[in-house]
Design a protein around this ligand. Structure first.
Ligand code: SME
Length: 156
């Protein structure tokens, strides 16, 4: 497998379609969870250059920071807390156009203005979340939701 990503310069949808194909290639034949999460985060960061992209994993009733790309972040989040803990508790994707309007938002970085959090399921339970932050307000929409959900469904 070539290690270099091809970076798409098309529409957002074209960029997702291109990166998903490449993520499938990166995951092929590799069963290690951390290795796969690390490469997914790196591929997404390279394609979209978001402020922060990474994973939190459920460990002993808390979310614990996993592989990520971007500035240092909070290490532990309780169920129901912040956007990540709420996505976990509700087992659904949350698109937050303005983090200041989200009650209990956890500000790991003052630069983060909008956010999307997608739960990662394993055997029907939330096993973690994919969290993406942007320094722009209102950065994420239904297209991001659709394709990021597809990306996390590739992890098992
Ligand atoms: N903002 C998140 C915390 C994680 S950081 O953004 C990386 C939240 O409210 O859950």
């Amino acid at each position: 497998m070539a290690e270099d990503l091809q970076i798409s310069k098309g529409t957002k949808e074209e960029q997702y379609i291109s990166i998903i194909q490449q993520i499938k290639g990166l995951l092929e034949g590799e069963m290690d969870l951390v290795a796969n999460l690390a490469n997914i985060g790196a591929a997404l960061k390279e394609q979209f250059n978001w402020w922060w992209v990474g994973f939190y994993l459920v460990k002993n009733d808390e979310l614990v920071l996993g592989p990520f790309q971007g500035p240092v972040a909070c290490t532990r989040i309780r169920k129901g807390r912040g956007v990540c803990g709420t996505s976990w508790a509700q087992a659904k994707t949350l698109v937050v156009p303005d983090v200041e309007q989200f009650p209990g938002h956890i500000a790991c970085s003052s630069f983060s203005k909008s956010e999307i959090v997608v739960p990662l399921f394993y055997r029907g339970e939330v096993a973690g979340v994919l969290d993406v932050d942007s320094e722009q307000m209102n950065h994420f929409d239904e297209t991001d939701k659709k394709y990021l959900e597809e990306i996390v469904s590739l992890i098992n």
